[in-house]
Design a protein around this ligand. Structure first.
Ligand code: PMP
Length: 582
């Protein structure tokens, strides 16, 4: 049963109850750098080392003085915050800066156009929504082109026939030839000889000689379709075939989009984005609300190939080639987008490996599926480069950024769209009251300036501080291999996975392990006993995550190490009472 709601709380009161039961019901009253302060019973400030950094939103720390000063300046001079449908030159500045960074890191000279948003989930939804608009327009362009060509062939081919193999006829919903019909005798196909008569096809009427179609040669070979000559092919009148092609295509063109994401992924919790978030508890109750996603097992490109093969769809068409009517096949764009994190965050801080990233990119290129690189948690320099994907050699068709883009003060997110995929009409179809507002966009601009200053000093700091932090966590792992399973990550995006304690002799620890709250119980202990704020990742509840600012000091790293050693000692001793503070 959920804990009782807390007192008179009305804003998610059950969450407050959970926090209370885990020892996490603390109100912070001040924040600076990597420190949050709450008050003790006497009203004195108690400092807490914040290693989760607003869950990744404070790469520059809480209330960075330069960000605060920019915010104050904007407010002091009454800068317009909400002036929708007017020029926003600073938004172009942010987009230009992001372009320069992407170009520098990925080596890709193609520009990306920016769509601003208010949250990470919204940036992902904007990307997917744009990708779907692009897909739907591509489907329309393709079906129109096929229709025009098919109509032209039908008009030109008079009473001719085309040999169509059984399986293709089935896919086109064409009736089998009537009993007694000369199915399988379209020698034009089966034997490559000059088209003989193919009497009584699908309906029993006499179809004429098949030559005379579009210039007097024999009827179209179907080799474009079924891989060469086929014994089971029967001749179908061009007219009936064209009709069947158009009918089948209009049904196929309505195929719902297929979205691809990785197992373990986290891309947000809104109606659309939660369907890309693998965690079943977040996603499943809402499955009927949005397009379905196929999840690819992490690190298994061959599974991606299988999914692609199963989901691929083609449209048929008719064309005249070398004077023959041919049944053609065209790849239908059913794949809307492959959305992925270069380093999975909520899935337990799991970096993608280069080879898997390369295979995904290759497959997506082959099927025309855009890659949406979700850098909401891994981006903004956290992993040592501005984009974690650039270190993997992975190029996105879309990038989503959020969290630290708002400098730890504002809520800002952005979607970058590769120019060659960009659809101008999206700008009229998509908007939000708050997106691209004067305040958050100018704060984002300042944040980027600070990150880029000193030739990217912040990125070097993320890399170097990350190395120090990881070395400290590695040492804890070495000393407590029975408690710590693994330390992994990139730069200042680090995870420490604990062994699953569901076999613990302590009933309290066991219970938390079984209910998936063990990581939060550890958080409660770390806060209570060591004044450190560390939380598990959302979907991998035994992985503790570290996302501090680039200003992390040696003393703070030592503090983190000591706190984790304290936790490990308690867990090694299966000391449920100390862990749970009971
Ligand atoms: N994508 C990733 C990779 C994230 O880590 C998150 C947030 N944890 C989101 C999307 C969603 O961002 P928001 O919470 O701002 O909606």
């Amino acid at each position: 049963a959920p804990p009782a709601p807390r007192g008179a709380d009305l804003a998610e009161p059950y969450l407050s109850g959970h926090l209370a039961s885990l020892g996490l019901a603390v109100e912070y009253v001040r924040a600076e750098g990597n420190t949050l302060y709450h008050l003790d019973d006497d009203g004195a400030e108690v400092a807490v080392l914040d290693l989760v950094g607003g869950f990744g939103a404070t790469i520059l720390g809480h209330n960075h003085p330069e960000i605060v000063s920019r915010a104050k300046d904007l407010l002091d001079r009454n800068a317009p915050v909400f002036a929708q449908f007017s020029l926003h030159p600073y938004a172009h500045d942010v987009a230009r800066t992001l372009n320069a960074i992407v170009r520098r890191e990925s080596g890709d000279p193609e520009p990306y156009l920016a769509i601003f948003a208010n949250s990470g989930a919204e940036a992902i939804e904007a990307a997917v929504k744009h990708a779907e608009l692009d897909r739907v327009l591509k489907v329309a362009e393709l079906t129109e082109a096929i229709e025009a060509e098919t109509e032209a062939v039908r008009a030109a081919s008079g009473r001719g026939t085309v040999a169509v193999p059984d399986d293709v006829r089935e896919r086109l919903g064409l009736r089998p030839p009537a009993a007694g019909a000369a199915g399988g005798t379209t020698d034009g196909v089966a034997g490559g000889t000059e088209g003989g008569t193919t009497d009584r096809v699908s309906g029993g009427t006499e179809d004429g000689a098949t030559d005379g179609v579009a210039g007097g040669t024999r009827d179209g070979a179907t080799d474009g379709v079924a891989g060469g000559t086929r014994d089971d092919a029967v001749a179908v009148p061009v007219d009936a075939l064209a009709e069947a092609v158009l009918t089948a295509n209009s049904a196929l063109a309505q195929s719902p989009p297929v979205l691809l994401a990785l197992e373990g992924s986290f891309h947000g919790k809104l109606v659309g984005s939660v369907q890309l978030t693998h965690n079943a508890a977040f996603r499943e109750p809402f499955g009927a609300l949005a397009a379905r996603c196929r999840f690819v097992p992490f690190g298994r490109p061959e599974a991606l190939d299988e999914i692609v093969a199963a989901e691929r769809r083609t449209l048929f068409g008719l064309a005249v080639e070398d004077g023959r009517v041919r049944l053609t096949e065209h790849e239908l764009p059913v794949f809307c987008a492959f959305v992925l994190e270069p380093v999975q965050g909520e899935g337990g801080i799991r970096p993608l490996d280069e080879e898997f990233a390369r295979r995904i990119r290759e497959t997506c290129d082959a099927i025309g599926c855009p890659v949406v690189v979700d850098e909401i948690q891994s981006g903004m320099g956290r992993t040592g480069t501005f984009l974690a994907s650039s270190a993997l050699g992975l190029r996105g068709d879309y990038y989503a950024l959020g969290k630290s883009l708002g400098g730890g003060i504002a809520k800002a997110a952005v979607t970058l769209v590769r120019e060659s995929r960009y659809r101008a009409r999206f700008e009229m179809a998509h908007s939000s009251t708050f997106a691209k507002d004067g305040f958050s966009t100018l704060i984002a601009a300042r944040t980027l300036e600070l990150l880029e200053a000193d030739g990217g000093g912040a990125y070097r700091r993320a890399e170097e501080r990350g190395r120090q932090l990881t070395a400290t966590l590695d040492a804890v792992h070495r000393d407590f291999p029975d408690v710590v399973k693994e330390v992994r990550g990139r730069g200042l995006m680090v995870g420490l996975e604990l062994h699953d304690p569901s076999g613990s002799p302590d009933p309290g620890i066991r219970e938390h392990a079984l209910s998936g709250t063990f990581g939060y119980a550890a958080s409660g202990y770390l806060l209570r006993a060591h004044a450190v704020r560390i939380f598990p990742t959302a979907s991998a509840p035994t992985t503790l995550r570290f996302a501090p600012s680039v200003y992390l000091t040696d003393a703070e790293i030592d503090h983190a190490g000591a706190a984790l050693r304290g936790l490990c000692a308690v867990l090694r001793a299966h000391d449920g009472a100390r862990l749970l503070g009971s």
